[in-house]
Each structure stands twice: as C-alpha cells, then as structure tokens.
Design a protein around this ligand. Structure first.
Ligand code: PLP
Length: 339
C-alpha cells in the first residue's frame, strides 16, 4: 500500500491479494472460496467461451475521511446480476451470497482501498461464467461466480471536465428486444468496433440510438445518458438500455433537489434543447458532454458553449460522490460499511 501512487492510477488492472469464487454444481451453489491465484482453469468446451454465457457487474468501495470503507448500493448490483442470469439462462446467485462475497473480497483486500484524499477507489468486478464441456447450444450444467478487485484512480484527473461524444448510425450495441437491458459481455463485444472508431476520431464515447427506429436516444457504450433542460432531468427509456444504478440514484437526488424527472423516449433532435448533457455510470459517476456530433448526417449539437460542465451536473456529481465517500448523509441506506 505504501508504494502505490493512488492518484495516478488509471482504470486498469492491478494484482491484489485475494479473489473469491463460488461454484454452481448439481443444481446448487457451494460455499465461497478464497483464492490468491489470478488464474482460472476451465474446460475449453465451456459455454462461456463459445456461446457467450457470461455476465459481469461493476461497483466500487470508497474510504471515507473517518477511515471507514463504504460500498455503494451492492444489493442493486446483486439484483441486476440475477436479471442478467435470467436473460441468458444462467444460474441465479442468491442476493445474500452476492453481498457476502463483496464484503469478503473487500475486507481481504483492505490494504488496496485507496485513502480518502486520493479521490481513488477500489473497483469491484463480479463475474459469472458457464462451465462444463458442451458443444450443443444449450445452457451450461455448471457456473462459476467470482469477484476480483483492483484499485482505480480518480476518473477526472484534471478536474471535472466535459468531453465530446458521437452518434454513429451504422452501429448498434444491442437489438430492440435483445440483451441490451442486461450486463453481458456480448453487448460489449458488439460495441468495440464503433467504440474504437469513435476514439480514433477524438470522441469519448458513442451515443447509441434506439436500434429499431433510430429516432430516439438510447445510451452510451458503457454509460447511461441524461440531459438537463430548465428544471427537468431527462433520461431515455427503451427496451435496449442497461438500467444504470448511478442513473437511478441521480434521478432520486435530482428529485430531492426539486427537479422534475422525465424518463421517456427522447427524440434525437431534442438534444438541441438541452442546457446540459452527460453520461453516467459507476466509473465516472457523471461525465459531462460538451458536444454531440451526429456523424452520418453531419449535424453537431454544441451543449457546453464555454467548454465547462453545467451547474446541475456539478451539483449532482458532488452530492452523489459525497454520499459514496461518507461526506454527505446516507438518507436512503445506499451505503454498506465494510467491517
Ligand atoms: C454498467 C453499465 C452502465 C452503468 O451502470 P452503473 O450501474 O451506473 O454502473 C451503463 N450502461 C451499460 C451498457 C452498462 O453496461
């Protein structure tokens, strides 16, 4: 712990001391196992490798000024992982087992939870895969659930900064009635081509449109989208958006601040009316958007004319981060203290 430069950490992988694992065999989940190996040994005919039976989660642990470690809304991640299991026919992990695993892996790797001042956090990555030798297309007979953790630096190293995103109408990340609402690796594989193309052109992310009509906004590759207009927090609703826990939390905080929350189909052109726009997710909490370029039709929406984040985004960002680090009261019981 002494030798890590916490503030300089990227969003990358660093070896920690332990990971936890749990196997589903013969129709039931076994006990949690602790491992210090980074390697998993699986059969080459496992369904996760061939047919994409894989889901994951992402959450964080934060160290407060008081030295305590807080995990944000882990029950929501546990429930979403169950929904992912239902969506691709994997075994569902009981919520209590999920939470027990999070507590255990954070506790075991306590020395990797960055200090309060660094603005860094411990990223927690739960993962589930289908196991067992099988070539026919059907659900796996066995599953492995595991969690590893890795410290990650502050998302905004040079302060809270807006960036540009783009719309690429030639690409979708999920089908209209497909797997967009669950957190599975396949959606990410499907987003890599557009994502890399966008990065090459200097964009932070792709903002996907609804895959059916291409009329409405969906979400960004790994983050939800919201816009602020006057006193409204506006966020898209569709059958291909992943329900972000950050977005859900921000909607609550926005209401508490007296904003009206609108969750509905949002036509692309409505972007022109937004005072502020942002991506939201666990990684950044809020990543404000300065400009959205609809590349295939050569249309640009400039949102932050002064290149600065909007005041509502900034307020929401500070409020949610404050709750996560224990600086603000946790009125909704979103935070679990690990001890
Ligand atoms: C994980 C994820 C998000 C963000 O969800 P949070 O729970 O807020 O971290 C948004 N969109 C997609 C596609 C995701 O996979």
């Amino acid at each position: 712990m002494e030798n890590i430069n916490w503030s300089d950490l990227a969003f990358g992988y660093m070896k920690t001391d332990y990971n936890v694992r749990c196997y589903y065999r013969d129709g039931k989940w076994g006990e949690l196992e602790v491992s210090s190996s980074e390697i998993i040994n699986i059969h080459m005919a496992a369904t996760c490798l061939h047919y994409g039976q894989e889901s994951f989660e992402g959450l964080k642990a934060f160290r407060g000024k008081d030295g305590k470690i807080r995990v944000f809304r882990m029950d929501e991640n546990g429930k979403r992982m169950q929904a992912s299991s239902r969506g691709i026919k994997m075994a569902e992990l009981p919520l209590e087992r999920f939470e027990e695993a999070v507590r255990k892996v954070v506790k075991l790797n306590e020395r990797f939870v960055p200090p309060y001042e660094s603005g860094a956090a411990l990223y927690i990555r739960p993962l589930m895969i289908g196991l067992g030798a099988q070539v026919g297309v059907k659900p796996a007979p066995e599953y492995m659930f595991m969690i590893f953790v890795t410290p990650v630096g502050p998302y905004f190293k040079g302060g809270f900064q807006p960036s540009k995103v783009c719309i690429m109408r030639e690409y979708d990340r999920a089908a209209p009635q497909g797997t967009g609402t669950i957190k599975v690796g396949g959606n990410y594989a499907a987003s890599l081509v557009a994502g890399e193309k966008a990065k090459e052109q200097g964009y932070a992310a792709v903002l996907y449109l609804d895959p059916k009509e291409k009329k409405y906004l969906d979400e960004c590759g790994p983050a939800n989208f919201f816009g602020i207009r006057g006193n409204s927090y506006i966020t898209p609703q569709s059958h291909s958006i992943l329900p972000s826990i950050t977005n859900k939390s921000l909607q609550q905080l926005a209401e508490d601040m007296g904003l009206t929350v609108e969750r509905r189909p949002v036509p692309v052109e409505e972007i022109a009316t937004f005072d502020e726009a942002a991506e939201c997710g666990t990684a950044a909490v809020i990543a404000p958007i300065s400009q959205i370029d609809d590349l295939d039709i050569n249309k640009s929406y400039v949102i932050a004319k002064d290149g600065k984040p909007g005041s509502v985004c900034e307020k929401l960002y500070n409020k949610l981060r404050g709750i996560q680090y224990g600086d603000e009261p946790d009125t909704y019981g979103w935070v679990s203290i690990i001890d």
